[in-house]
Design a protein around this ligand. Structure first.
Ligand code: ZN
Length: 267
């Protein structure tokens, strides 16, 4: 599933196609891709901003917001005009003044939703801190982990705590921070939190600059792959030597998610 760097890549590459255009129509070829009612109030509105919030792509209109979640295999593909014949796995299309954005999704887990301003504010308030924004600090991380008696891996995957992290970048950040994924969040020292804060930002910034990674079939602009895949330190490297101490990377399952780490340099 695309995480913060991948979603940020999609938003960055689509922004020039979308911002300032008016939304003429939303074609829905597979109704279940739409969550909740898609009232036609969006019609003719201008896309003011295209942005990311957590793992969602958010189209901010004159009044209201269209949120898209790509889930497993979703892709947003800009085209000059709607194709005459329906393309395989295209379940929806945003028709704009200058063309269209096709929502292609082989596994059909992706979703689109329209939220009015009040509903959007409520929805947004339930999402956690953005790890690349100023409000995310080492002190904030220390204070907000005090009551979290959960293991670090599931704690960091909780979108209501820190938004945008997923399985890949949590494993990578915990390795960089030298923290074992089974540690209790509430037991971290101030120094641990400072390392973890730095590691989360470093990993996310590097991955975003490389257009994300292409695990989980992630592609953008209809076929490009992220460049971070080769820079992974522990994720899906079970049995391979740890880049720091050369002992083999281990894989365990934590909270139902496969978790990769080095037992000797993560404590
Ligand atoms: Zn190691």
């Amino acid at each position: 599933m695309p995480e913060l760097p991948e979603v940020e890549t999609v938003v960055r590459t689509l922004r020039p196609f979308v911002e300032g255009q008016s939304l003429q129509d939303i074609k829905v070829y597979w109704p279940r891709i739409v969550q909740g009612p898609l009232k036609r109030t969006w019609q003719g509105q201008t896309v003011k901003v295209l942005k990311r919030r957590a793992k969602f792509i958010v189209m901010q209109l004159d009044s209201g917001f269209l949120t898209t979640h790509l889930r497993m295999t979703g892709q947003l593909i800009p085209v000059d005009a709607l194709p005459r014949r329906q393309m395989p796995h295209v379940h929806a299309a945003f028709v704009l003044t200058n063309g269209a954005i096709l929502f292609q999704d082989v596994r059909k887990f992706g979703r689109i939703r329209f939220l009015g301003p009040a509903d959007y504010a409520l929805w947004e308030s339930k999402l956690g801190c953005e790890p690349l924004e100023e409000s995310f600090t080492a002190d904030w991380l220390y204070e907000s982990t005090r009551k979290r008696r959960r293991q670090l891996k599931p704690a960091l995957l909780d979108q209501g705590f820190i938004a945008g992290l997923g399985n890949i970048y949590v494993d990578e950040a915990l390795f960089v921070a030298r923290l074992q994924p089974t540690r209790l969040a509430a037991d971290l020292s101030r120094q641990d939190c400072s390392r973890l804060h730095g590691a989360i930002q470093k990993v996310l910034r590097k991955a975003t600059a490389a257009n994300g990674s292409s695990f989980m079939d992630f592609k953008f602009l209809g076929g490009q792959e992220g460049g971070y895949t080769d820079e992974m330190l522990v994720f899906r490297r079970t049995g391979l030597p740890c880049p720091r101490c050369k002992r083999p990377i281990e894989r365990i399952v934590l909270g139902g998610r496969s978790t990769h780490f080095c037992r000797s340099c993560q404590i």
